[in-house]
Design a protein around this ligand. Structure first.
Ligand code: KIV
Ligand code: NA
Length: 266
């Protein structure tokens, strides 16, 4: 099976929904790859993998290490890597250097970066130089300090208008798609209708051109999950039960059993 391309994903607008999940490791990528269209190496790995309080301390080197791991574990899905906070905002040139490292050192097909009208010149600079960019608008977690929290966006008229402008600006700048996170449903529908590229929702609307979730959230592996996460399993509960059994067997000297030890020679 050939790996999906950027044009193939862009052409899904108005057609089949884009299935996207986060992946940070090779083994998880292997498990998700047959079912997904896009694997996102999200900077959410800061909280999910590293126990950091937000995505702000995540570094380019962390994203590159996990991006390469996910590319190694997949061959069908398009792999997109998040640009971490501080690696792209200061100037288009700085963004290009960071994004070029991501593509060269991971083998991923494109990058995702947060922001709207203010970051559109960066998106244009990258896309005109061969670096495919996915946008990320609405609730942009790297701006948590400015936003004051992770609440839904687009409830006031001013915010609604700004986010719609952001979506148009990012699409006009050449993004091949965008994530719309934590925006009220009606606004998500308007964004989806307003731009000619796929809008991937998270906490947005079923009318978006695709959906993304943090894999650990939807599997019930991460502790705290927001309202928009549907739990498709309870892996945390299953892991606890398995480890409880292992601990009891070790303490009772029931493990290892006869099948797990090497018999003597001869
Ligand atoms: O970092 C991430 O996981 C993301 C998705 C939630 C879209 O940006
Ligand atoms: Na992210």
């Amino acid at each position: 099976m050939k790996r999906l391309t950027i044009p193939a994903i862009r052409n899904r607008k108005g057609k089949d929904p884009v299935v996207m999940l986060t992946a940070y490791t090779t083994r998880m990528a292997q498990l998700l790859d047959p079912h997904c269209d896009v694997l996102l190496v999200g900077d959410s790995l800061g909280q999910v993998i590293y126990g950091l309080p937000s995505t702000l301390p995540v570094t380019l080197d962390m994203m590159i290490a996990h991006g390469a791991a996910v590319v190694r574990g997949s061959y069908h899905s398009l792999v997109i890597v998040d640009m971490p906070f501080g690696s792209y905002e200061a100037s288009p040139e700085r963004a290009f250097e960071s994004a070029a490292r991501v593509l060269a050192e991971t083998g991923a097909a494109g990058v995702k970066l947060e922001g709207g009208t203010a970051i559109a010149p960066v998106v244009e600079f990258l896309t005109r130089r061969g670096i495919p960019v996915m946008g990320h608008i609405g609730l942009t977690p790297q701006s948590v300090n400015a936003l004051g929290g992770y609440g839904a966006r687009g409830r006031s008229n001013a915010e609604h208008a700004q986010i719609l402008d952001d979506a148009r600006a990012i699409a006009d700048a050449g993004a091949f798609g965008m994530v719309a996170e934590g925006v009220v449903e009606g606004l998500a529908n308007e964004i989806t209708a307003a731009v000619p590229v796929p809008v991937i929702g998270i906490g947005a609307s079923a009318q978006c051109d695709g959906q993304v979730l943090v894999t650990e959230d939807m599997l019930g592996l991460f502790e705290r999950t927001p309202r928009f996460v549907k739990r498709y399993d309870d892996l945390a509960g299953r892991i606890s039960a398995a480890v409880e059994t292992y601990a009891a067997e070790v303490r009772a000297r029931d493990f290892p059993g006869a099948e797990q030890v090497y018999p003597a020679r001869g």
